[in-house]
Design a protein around this ligand. Structure first.
Ligand SMILES: Nc1ncnc2c1ncn2[C@@H]1O[C@H](COP(=O)(O)OP(=O)(O)OP(=O)(O)O)[C@@H](O)[C@H]1O
Ligand SMILES: [Mg+2]
Length: 463
């Protein structure tokens, strides 16, 4: 139900319009001066203001309009004017009024004017919600056992209102999991709102989460609703919760326990019904030990823990993921389609993917952009895959050891090491040109790639 604030110094008009609109199903409030209107709008949500132009004492309509717009730029304001003020009314459109109506207008006329405005605001809000969801709506790709287990965990928890804590390395898909929980819940037609808690100072994170009144702190020029309010009836995703300050943690806990909050600098209590899903790549139990995370909040959030596995534990999914990212790229970019062949995928499957699915997505996109030929093969992948900085030393290093260090190794192992060493040295000599090296060593190309994978040989990262 939309809330309309009627502002006029004439009591009769206030009463008449308020009663009429109430009968039409609106919630109404009245203010008999510009100052009172500003106070009301600063302390509670109002969807539309009907504002008289001439008010003899205090702020007049035009000044009130300016200040309201400064406070809440998106607020719908419709001016009411007597016939002789019509010139001024026209001018107010430039100042941000959405419309003007004569004071003699009937309730029907008023409804005809305000209803499309309210409808538009509603659609704009819905649109924003949808835009937020689209990016992550394509679902989780993968058929490996670990992904299937993850899917079933999500299904089980989605229908409840329980707190969910998602953990996993960078880029594993924690946000995607959070969004999937929301999409499969009964809240899925309501907003999914994300707040990244990392790297924001106390005051900002609190104002982001709980909203603020105008003037609550330096720079708070307008009133603002917080993410908890925006997520009402829906889901709030608190990303990187391990980085939230202790002070903000205490406030979040209070909202979760009471379902109530106040804007920073405000006095009115707002009720919210929000499901919180949180994610972190920190070890929160360790953070609790170190005094950086509240134990009570941890238990509240971690009713259902979900661990998203790293990509290296589900390399079976890699071909599907590569296909998915290639298709996604072609859908979003008007470029000639390219193919990533199976030799390329095999090389990718031998890589450790410390940046997980996000790194895979970046590499696929880089290949599609940088490689000029239509079929992307293992050579191209070798060119772009960096060697992780702290990976185990290459076999070539192991081979430069003294013969005594070889004692106790099987013959096969020594042969393998010698072969790996030779391939590595030849690759380096040929500046990692795979074609040239395999020809020189007279190893058939597909066999050559198998050996690269087997010995985990990678081109060193160019710094
Ligand atoms: N199973 C999957 N299927 C398809 N896309 C995926 C999958 N997992 C992750 N992605 C994609 O990989 C990228 C990274 O995922 P996401 O942002 O959810 O990871 P994250 O764990 O939140 O990362 P970070 O820890 O860096 O915040 C996104 O583009 C996401 O859509
Ligand atoms: Mg994330």
């Amino acid at each position: 139900m939309a809330t309309i604030l009627i502002v006029d110094d004439e009591k009769n008009i206030l009463k008449m319009v308020a009663q009429g609109l109430k009968l039409e199903g609106y919630q109404t409030m009245t203010a008999s001066s510009g100052e009172e209107a500003l106070r009301i709008c600063a302390s509670q949500p109002v969807d539309l203001v009907l504002l008289d132009i001439i008010m003899p004492t205090g702020l007049d309509g035009v000044e009130t309009l300016k200040q309201l717009k400064q406070m809440q730029p998106d607020l719908n304001i419709v001016m009411m004017s007597a016939q002789k003020e019509i010139e001024i009314a026209v001018q107010t459109i430039k100042l941000g009024a959405r419309h003007y109506i004569p004071k003699t207008a009937s309730i029907d006329d008023i409804v005809l004017t305000i209803e499309p405005l309210l409808e538009l605001s509603h659609l704009t809000r819905e649109n924003e919600i949808l835009r937020n969801q689209i990016g992550t709506q394509e679902g989780m790709v993968g058929e490996s056992v670990v992904i299937q287990r993850l899917r079933s965990q999500i299904r089980q928890v989605a229908s409840s209102n329980l707190g969910v804590l998602i953990t996993g390395e960078n880029g594993t898909g924690k946000e995607l999991v959070a969004n999937t929980v929301h999409q499969q819940s009964q809240r899925n037609h309501k907003p999914f709102i994300t707040q990244n808690c990392a790297a924001l100072p106390d005051e900002l994170i609190e104002s982001e989460l709980f909203g603020h009144e105008r003037g609550a702190f330096t720079g708070a020029a307008t009133q603002r609703r917080g993410k908890f309010e925006l997520a009402d009836d829906g889901t709030l995703f608190l990303d990187e919760i391990g980085d939230m300050s202790l002070k903000a943690q205490a406030k979040v806990l209070r909202v979760l326990e009471s379902g109530e909050l106040q804007h920073l600098g405000g006095t009115r209590t707002l009720r919210v019904d929000v499901r919180v899903v949180a994610a972190t790549n920190k070890d929160l139990e360790k953070e609790i030990e170190n005094g950086n995370f509240r134990e009570d909040l941890y238990y509240r959030l971690n009713v259902v823990p979900i661990v998203v596995p790293p990509l290296r534990e589900r390399l079976d999914d890699l071909p599907l993921l590569v296909g998915h990212f290639v298709e996604q790229f072609h859908r979003e970019n008007a470029r000639l389609p390219k193919v990533i062949d199976s030799s390329a995928v095999r090389v990718m499957q031998s890589y450790s993917w410390r940046g997980n699915v996000r790194e895979l997505k970046n590499i696929v996109e880089r290949l599609l952009i940088m490689v000029e030929h239509d079929v992307i093969s293992a050579d191209d992948v070798m060119e772009v895959l960096p060697v992780p900085r702290d990976s185990s030393p290459p076999i070539s290093t192991a081979l430069s050891m003294e013969p005594s260090s070889q004692a106790g190794k099987s013959l096969q192992k020594m042969v393998d090491e010698a072969e790996a060493n030779l391939i590595m040295k030849t690759l380096e000599a040929n500046n990692w040109n795979v074609k040239k090296t395999s020809e020189q060593l007279q190893i058939e190309r597909s066999n050559f790639y198998k050996k690269l994978t087997k010995y985990n040989l990678k081109r060193p990262e160019v710094s």
